[in-house]
Design a binder for this molecule. Structure first.
Ligand SMILES: [Fe+2]
Ligand SMILES: [Fe+2]
Length: 260
């Protein structure tokens, strides 16, 4: 089983790169299942039905998310029409949508996806991600050996801890949220592929996908700024994980593609 995992999609430029590269990557590399964190697809902030429809047919099977999931005011209703869009499973009870699910890959096999959010240096209030991971991973592994986890978190330590915690219980634990890919991809002893952060689909001529000058103004003067999303210099960051029939990772590889 070959799984393509794409980092946070930022704005229109990010969506353009997904449409441009994902169908081609799927065909070239024999990708059977594709997950993308899309929490910044709607002009940098959250999801919308319109943006999800824009990506119809691009080849993403499941969208994950994080702290920006409810940024667009209609999305708490709209999410109900998109069973392939997940919000973190350890959000408080009563929030709409689902935090995990079992989905079909193109080879007919079932893949479980679990979305979690961290609690260190993140303003978003949530329940313990480790308790949620413990309970839900056991349930999901009864349905299928293939379990992909998106851990949307800020602190590298919390992310590595989650990878180690789920080693042998998940096929892969891949981090999102920072928009910066890390070079620590590896397979842990129990067979879990791990990377602290996959990166983003956004501008490499930016600060985390936003125009440089307004972000500099905020840092250098402390004055509020409007952080517009950059449309140029878009790079798609993704990671490919290969799994054996028992759901154990046999390889993990970072890739990137640049829009001209
Ligand atoms: Fe993000
Ligand atoms: Fe985030």
């Amino acid at each position: 089983m070959r799984v393509l995992f794409i980092g946070d999609i930022v704005g229109e430029g990010g969506r353009a790169a997904v449409k441009r590269f994902v169908p081609e990557l799927r065909a070239e590399l024999g990708i059977e299942f594709c997950i993308a964190n899309g929490e910044n697809m709607a002009a940098g902030n959250g999801y919308s039905a319109t943006c999800l429809k824009d990506l119809d047919g691009a080849g993403v099977d499941v969208f994950t998310s994080g702290d920006h999931i409810w940024d667009q005011k209609n999305f708490e209703q709209e999410i109900l029409d998109f069973p392939n869009v997940l919000r973190p499973a350890n959000f408080f009870e009563g929030q709409p949508g689902a935090g995990y699910g079992v989905f079909s890959a193109s080879n007919g096999q079932q893949v479980a996806v679990l979305n979690l959010i961290g609690r260190t240096f993140l303003a978003q209030a949530s329940n313990c991600p480790f308790q949620a991971a413990d309970k839900i991973s056991a349930q999901l592994r009864e349905a299928t050996p293939f379990l992909m986890v998106d851990f949307h978190a800020e602190a590298t330590s919390e992310k590595i801890a989650m990878g180690r915690f789920l080693d042998g219980r998940a096929s892969a634990v891949l981090g999102t949220h920072t928009h910066v890919p890390t070079a620590d991809e590896q397979i842990f002893p129990g067979g879990t592929a791990y990377q602290t952060d996959v990166g983003m689909v956004g501008s490499r001529k930016s600060i985390l996908g936003r125009e440089i000058d307004p972000v500099l103004r905020k840092f250098t003067t402390g004055m509020p700024s409007r952080f517009n999303v950059c449309k140029n210099g878009i790079r798609l960051h993704a990671t490919i994980v290969e799994l054996d029939e028992n759901g154990r990772a046999t390889s993990i590889q970072r890739i990137h593609r640049d829009l001209p």
